[in-house]
Design a protein around this ligand. Structure first.
Ligand code: ADP
Ligand code: MG
Length: 363
């Protein structure tokens, strides 16, 4: 296939007691924007640097456009890279920053000029070409860093948290710019971030990483609607998913969940629960699946006591106390609820996620 293929990649750093990346295999097609998403230390940068050639894997192969590049140097791989710290050369003009690597690669002057025209048009940095990096804002500098990566003809682009050092407004503005670059270039993008908003807004597929492995690989929608594990369910989604422990009870051929204060009968999970009489599971309930008023769906009433609320702009986040568990609920601003008073909620039962308490895998 064309694009990027990783085959059984592992990395053990010499001075580390556990592998940073463990047996990762992955295909990224030419029209794919793959986001590697996970908490700090899970191995995202290591994996990206292995793809770039800056780090050698302990095991496994990297293929770009079907060619085994595992033994090649970074500059022989035809990739463009953008890092968190947009390391521009401070003493060079923006134009020189854009063309320097092209000169080193012996690109002809005319072609270099065309390449600069192309990327400065796309990224809207044409008026800065004569300036030095210190004269530009953080966002402009990050655009130049992207432009530098885009100026060559690359088979693959790698990004390592390029927006992490920027303020919220800039991140929101740059995300669509990165996406429009992706749509023009028709080569794979691999983008590392710990920010779920980056992942959910830009990715065609997301690989959620934990402890050096891929916990789940899927579209943003799949990751959100069908989280494969407790970890994925808790990492993706803001405000965070509610997790409520429950015991499976099978009576007369019917399985119900004993959640302490109420019993939950979930038709969609009958087959998974019947062989688990007495076992512990964890029910995951997203804050938007707890409703403050009854609508026509399959609802389970739940009572809690309102602890506090936060105005999130267009909506309210209510935090209730449910028998010692904090329960987060998204509600419209029009809701009138008083702290300390009882609050009746309606759980959309079709949206409950169940996980095995021991293995933490989705049932
Ligand atoms: P992430 O980018 O997801 O934060 P990294 O790939 O940077 O994760 O790190 C993964 C693990 O490998 C961490 O435990 C980190 O401490 C370790 N690590 C990263 N780089 C090195 C290195 N050069 N030498 C030893 N250990 C490293
Ligand atoms: Mg990193």
């Amino acid at each position: 296939m064309t694009g990027l293929t990783l085959s059984h990649i592992s990395k053990q750093y010499k001075d580390s007691d556990r592998p940073a990346v463990r047996d990762i295999s992955l295909d990224v097609g030419c029209d794919e924007f793959l986001v590697l998403l996970g908490p700090s230390g899970c191995g995202k940068t290591t994996l990206l640097r292995i793809i770039s050639g800056l780090v050698r894997p302990s095991e496994g192969q990297v293929y770009i456009d079907g060619q085994d590049v595992t033994a090649l140097e970074p500059q022989q791989r035809g990739i463009g890279m953008v890092f968190q710290n947009y390391a521009l050369y401070p003493h060079m003009s923006i134009r020189k920053n854009l063309t320097f690597a092209l000169e080193v690669a012996h690109m002809k002057r005319k072609e270099r000029t065309q390449a600069v025209e192309k990327v400065s048009g796309i990224l809207d940095i044409g008026r800065h070409l004569g300036k030095k990096p210190h004269m530009l804002s953080g966002g402009e500098r990050q655009r130049v860093a992207m432009g530098r990566a885009m100026a060559g003809e690359c088979k693959l682009y790698l990004f390592d948290e390029p927006l992490s050092n920027l303020d919220d407004g800039l991140r929101t503005r740059l995300r669509p710019e990165i996406l429009s670059l992706f749509h023009r270039l028709h080569v794979p993008f691999v983008y590392v971030t710990h920010d779920q908003v980056d992942a959910m807004t830009m990715a065609t597929r997301v690989a959620v990483m934990k402890n050096g492995t891929i916990e789940q690989l899927g579209t943003p929608q799949q990751i959100y609607d069908q989280p494969a594990s407790l970890f994925v369910a808790s990492f993706v989604g803001s405000p965070k998913i509610n997790l409520i422990p429950a015991a499976v009870q099978v009576r007369q051929g019917r399985a119900v969940l004993d959640c302490g204060a109420f019993q939950l009968d979930l038709p969609q999970y009958q087959a998974a629960l019947l062989p688990r009489d007495g076992q512990q599971v964890i029910a995951g309930i997203r804050p938007e699946d707890l409703l403050v008023s009854r609508t026509g769906r399959d609802l389970q009433p739940i009572r809690c006591v309102l602890d506090r609320y936060e105005n999130l702009g267009g909506r309210l986040l209510l935090v209730g106390d449910f028998h010692g568990h904090a329960l987060r609920v998204m509600a419209p601003l029009s809701v009138r609820a008083k702290v300390g008073e009882s609050l009746e909620l309606f759980l959309d039962k079709s949206k409950v996620h169940l996980f095995d308490a021991e293995s933490q895998a989705r049932l």
